[in-house]
Design a protein around this ligand. Sequence first.
Ligand SMILES: [Cu+2]
Length: 471
Amino acid sequence: MSAVPDLGAGLSVTRRGFLALSAAGLAAATGCAGGGGRPSATPGGLSLQPGPVILDVAGHEVPTWGYGTVPGPEIRLRAGDTLRVRLHNGLPEDTTVHWHGLAPPNGMDGVPDVTQRPVPPGGTFRYEFRTPVAGSFMYHSHVGMQLDRGLYGPLIVEPRDEPLAYDREYTLMLDDWADGLDDGGDHTDHGGLPPEAAVDGDPTTAVSFGGRTYPLLLVNGRPPEDPPVMEGRPGDRLRLRVMNIAADTGFRFAVAGHRLTVTHTDGMPVEPVTVDALRLGMGERYDVLLHLDQRDGAWQVGVAPEGRPGWGRAVLRYAGSPASSSPPVTAWPTELDGRPATYGDLLAVEPPELPAGAPDRVFDLTLQRTEISGQSYPDADPLTVAEGEWVRVTMRNTSAKWHPMHLHGHHFQVLTPSGRGPVKDTVTVPARGGAVTFDFLATNPGDWLFHCHNHHHMTDGMVRLVRYTSP
Ligand SMILES: [Cu+2]
C-alpha cells in the first residue's frame, strides 16, 4: 500500500527543468510538483506497478487501485526514443497496459486476449517499442473497468525540436469518480439516470455521454475542494495538456478571464485557433496555450460535465497573489458558456498523405444503444483491411448518448468541410443523428481494437476489431 497524500500543483514541468533532465540523459522524467509518483527507473527502463493505493480525496482516504499514485507517474520521452516499461502486476486480478494514442507494434498494444495474454497477479510483462511520434498521450489498464479505479497516467512524447514557445506546462487529467470504489468499479447501482435517459431540448446541444452516477469529478486526482494549482507570472505563456480519462463523462473546460489557443488535439498539431472553451469526450486530449494577460489574481479553471450535474476545477494563480484570493469552489467561468472548439475549427498541420482517387475500403457503421451496426463484441464481425489500403469509416449515431470512438494503432483524419480536418485517435460522434467520417492508412498490421471510450459501453460490447488480412 502506498499513500498518495499530495499530487501537488498538478503535473508541471518547466521547459528549463525538462531540458536539464534530458541533458542528464534520463529517458523519462516526471513533472509531479509536490511529491507525486515517479516511475522507478531501472537499468532496463521504467517500472510500473499497479496495485492497491489510498487516494486522499479532500481528507477522505479512499482505497482504490493505481500505479503508485492517481494519476500514475508521468512518463516523458522524446520522439524517436524507445519506451521500455516492465509491468509488475500487484493487483489481485489480471491486468495489461494500453498506450492510448500511440501506434506501437500490435503485440505491445496491451489489449488482453487480442494483442497479449493478460498478466496474472504477481506476473510481469515487458513493453518495449519506439515512439517516433510526439504528442500528449495516456496510458491505462485495458482490463474491464480497472481504468475507472485510477489505473491511468499521462505519457508525453516531446518533439526533438519544440516549435511552440512557452514558459511552463501543466498536464490536467480530468476524471469522474464514483463512491464505493471497492465494489469492483461497476457503478450501475447508484441510482443513476437510465442508460438512454431522454434529454430535453435541442438535440444538437443536449449532450449526454454517460448514464451512471459519478458524484465526484477529479482533476489530477483532486476534488474541487482541494484543487491542483497552476502558477505563472504575468506575460507568461502556459502550455496545458488537457486529457479526459473519465470512464463515463464528457467535459467542458475553460479558464476564467482567459482564452485558449488550441495547438493540438489527441497530440497531433493543428493550426492554432483561439476559443473560449474545450469539449472533450472520453479519451480525447487537447493541448492549448494560455497567455497570462491578466495582472494578477487566482482564476477558476472550470471543468463541467456534459449532460449531468457535477463540478471539477483547478486554479490558475498568478505568482505572488495571496492564497486567500482563490475563487469560490463552484464559481462558474462565463467562458464555459462561450464558443468551444469544434472539429470544423481544427485544421491538420500534418495530414496523412492519402493517394489520389477514392478509398480502397469503406465501412458504414451505425451506433445504436451500445451496439455497432447491431452487433455486440465479441459476437461481432471484424472490420477487415489489407496493409497499404486507404480506409474510410463513417459512423452514424442513432442513440441518445454521445460516443467517443477510439481506434488503436493508427491516427485518422476527421473529414470536415475544410478538407483539412484534424488528425486524431478518438472522435466524439454526437447523439441523435450525429455522424462522423474519418480516413486512415492501414500501415500497422495486426488486430486492433476500435471501440467506444465510454468504458461501460466498451465492456457492454461496443467494440469491433480492425483486422489486417494476411497477404
Ligand atoms: Cu459509447
